[in-house]
Design a protein around this ligand. Sequence first.
Ligand SMILES: C[S@@+](CC[C@H](N)C(=O)[O-])C[C@H]1O[C@@H](n2cnc3c(N)ncnc32)[C@H](O)[C@@H]1O
Length: 213
Amino acid sequence: MGLFGKKLKQEHKVMLQAERAGGKLLPEYHRATPECPRPERWSMYDSMTAEAEVLEFLRTLVTTVKPELVVETGSFLGVSTLWMAEGMKANGFGKIISCEYDPKVFAAAKEKIEGHELAPFIELRNESSLEMKVEGTIDILFSDSDVDIRESEVRRFLPQVRPTGLVLMHDASSHMKTVRNAAFKLEAEGLLSCVFLPTPRGLVIAQRREGRA
Ligand SMILES: C[S@@+](CC[C@H](N)C(=O)[O-])C[C@H]1O[C@@H](n2cnc3c(N)ncnc32)[C@H](O)[C@@H]1O
């Protein structure tokens, strides 16, 4: 419970920092890793929101594979949600269900998204990824919540992911070992086939092994 409380505070702190920064891009601050020795070449809005280049990648991924349904765990301020929704707007269809379990963070994301022109593509839920129920087949699962539960949430949603669909796990750099090790484990069990993109925080892009043509 102590750890839980500490985590919430950190999220609220970054939320205030993001508000004060007012959308200004900063150099990425995560430390260098063997796979990404020059992190300062990347940019970020804040330390919770995915790297700016990863946001662009998410939007392009949406226009590339044209998903009907994206599930995102960990909305934070809804920035990655909005970038993926922008891809859906370009496609002319699609829905993102994004969950954020912290009520204060959820309220801030809701305020940002409500009334936004991309809102019709987004369903924001104040729920935990470990409890949220989603109907239908998932084309892209973007796992970006608390690092300690990524393995559980990927296992939870995997049966609903289309065999040709994609699973993305953020924060999988060699510096942040938890998610990286979870991806290696899921791969070793034959559940996923993973590619580790060498970004500052690390991004796994994976596909279910079972069912691939
Ligand atoms: C790294 S941030 C998400 C960043 C966001 N995807 C972006 O790039 O703009 C992680 C968020 O996940 C939330 N979170 C943590 N555990 C969660 C859970 N079990 N279910 C839903 N959200 C969770 C945190 O409150 C935090 O806001």
